[in-house]
Design a protein around this ligand. Sequence first.
Ligand SMILES: C[S@@+](CC[C@H](N)C(=O)[O-])C[C@H]1O[C@@H](n2cnc3c(N)ncnc32)[C@H](O)[C@@H]1O
Length: 247
Amino acid sequence: MDTTALPDAVRRVLPLLTSAPPDAPLRDGYLDLLGSGEPQPSGPVQSLWESRAGTAVYEPAQAFARKVVARLRPPAERLLLPGGGTALDVGCGPGTVTAELGRDVGRAGLAIGVDVSRSMLRRAAGAHARPNVGFLRADVTELPFGDATVDAVTCLMVLQLVHDQEAALAECARVVAPGGRIAVLQPGYAGPGAGVVAAAAGLAGLRMPGHEAIAATLRAHGMSVVEAGTTAPVAQVLAEKPVVGRG
Ligand SMILES: C[S@@+](CC[C@H](N)C(=O)[O-])C[C@H]1O[C@@H](n2cnc3c(N)ncnc32)[C@H](O)[C@@H]1O
């Protein structure tokens, strides 16, 4: 693969991948590791996030929601992300959070946004690609990275759209390095009528695992849960990969 035409950040991602992608095309500033393989949208909401209109609406809506509801902001300070470290933002959408992670790790670090939606990635790379912020098209249930290659993973408002949620969480746990953290944020509601809310969400193709289920899956994949809880409208889990031989 001729890497000279690749954006700096994408070139810096290549050594983290399990295999060099000889034919992966660069499209609109992101590296497309899914090529023509089209994962089936998991439901109507995911179809929306794969459309230009849905993407255009989502970006300002999430920015506004994050200003109003502090809990929707990623817990950057809780990620223990070292300056010069590598952060992975799975289901990065328009890349707003990936860009924030890029500022957290600084120029020597690397923030990588991964998504399946071409429309979201076009927007993300167009607005936020930097020498230390790069974007890939890949599926969270089959991440292209080697084991223990990143220092922190954010999975924010993504899991509800994914068919195989256990595979997604297992992949996040596999790629994070010992001592590294995973932050999962989900739409969540645990009050009266929670079953009805979950059933209504299911009709829209949204699967909303509660924080206990997410925490249990992460534990089953070797993570220690630092905190887990639900305060509507979000369920939140923060987990850390133990360092073998410590404590
Ligand atoms: C609601 S948006 C969240 C975007 C961003 N994380 C945020 O918090 O603003 C969900 C994103 O997850 C992406 N997504 C859904 N299924 C995915 C999968 N299997 N692998 C990677 N990304 C996925 C969608 O394309 C969409 O961009």
